[in-house]
Design a protein around this ligand. Sequence first.
Ligand code: F0G
Length: 453
Amino acid sequence: MIKYLQLQMQGDAYLKCVNPKCGLEYPIMSTNVQCENGHVLDVIYKNKPSPDLKETFYERRDSKGNIFNESGVWRFRDLLNFCQIDTEDNDECSKYLVSLDGAEGRQSKPYQMSKAAEFLGINKEGLWLQPEGYNPSGSFKDNGMVTAVTHAKMVGAKKIVCASTGNTSASAGMFAANEGIKCDVYIPAGQIAPGKLSQAYQFGAQIIQVEGNFDDALKQSLDDAKNYDGYTVNSVNPFRIEGQKTIPFRALEYLNWESPDWIIYPGGALGNTSSCGKALMELYQWGWIKKIPRIAVINSDGASTLSDLYNGEFEDEELRWNKGNPNTELISRYYDHLDKEKLRPKTKATAIQIGRPANIIKGLRALEFTNGVVTTVSDSEMLDGMSVVGLNGFDCEMASGASVAGIKKLMGEGIIKKDDVVVGILTGRQKDAMIPVDYHSNPQNVFANPPKK
Ligand code: F0G
């Protein structure tokens, strides 16, 4: 702790409110997830990293026994250096950085998947799908959880807390167990795939069942964290966002830092969208990339808050970042409307069954910076997307199928072109065994392969 305080004196990294009119700043050891005026925070770095680091990152792929080089997150540690360490020494790194033996992000990179390309009617060389399900807890969450838990360790937290639709709880539970700290997870009762919940149990997390949906569970977990000294590791935590920046970093590195035309994510709480936006803003500002890829966020038809607001389907107003001054009253009125009409988010892809995306403000900033688009897909389209990924020998869960289905929809609308270079993020691995079993048992489904009698 004392060592950290000394490091902090160097003052390269700090927290800053995202609202340009407010802009309140906090020291890096702060555990606030919001400024005094209720706006979300960014981690800001004063130093401008040299593009020569591209070579360093490449060289670290030969890990030389350093688990922090093996890690697909910490390999890029110089671009998320809120701990302010500057060393290649494994033992020195392990005093500060949390890692599951370098496994987080290690197997993640973009792959070309020809059957998916054929299904989409897109140029096969231009389609890249990046499975994040091969992370140690089975989803992209591990990328951001190592950085959040690193910060928790920095500030001496004894307990981490999260709300979850499943994957966050598995990831938080895993790293908490490995670090010997407690973990409370708040889940919407009866709405979590057993395969995800069983991971949280297995890792010794304390499950707290909340009557209601994910949005209710998040609210309760944030209140309890505040009142009972818990450290929140949901993506409202700005340190989560730092680790998740490595998802686009890895994609870009494999494309020799030449920007694709598009990066596609399923949209839930919008932590991914926010982190991709921040990564691209920083890389552009530092002169590492010349072209800004466009982000496409794919909501489910049944949980379409961002799409409804962004596309002007509520009160005919298109919600925008608006130079840091988004119409938050419009968002509040939309939530009131959901409550009044008893409209609850509903999709079989429970990972993205979210009505109040906690990162909507940063998400809007990401969309503005990248000239992004938002659309929705149906449950059956997501299942087809998930299934065609399987035919390429890769596993992903239904919510991740939204990335594939979203590309198809946007191509159909002429927004994504056949010759565009597209990176779709496959956010998690299958943990609900019955989803593919049911899909393949129904011969009506596009890729169904029913069992023979
Ligand atoms: N895909 C998967 C597999 C997820 O688990 C989630 C979110 C998302 C996409 C949405 O990502 O929130 O960054 O927009 N799951 C959270 C959880 C909410 O609790 O596991 P986002």
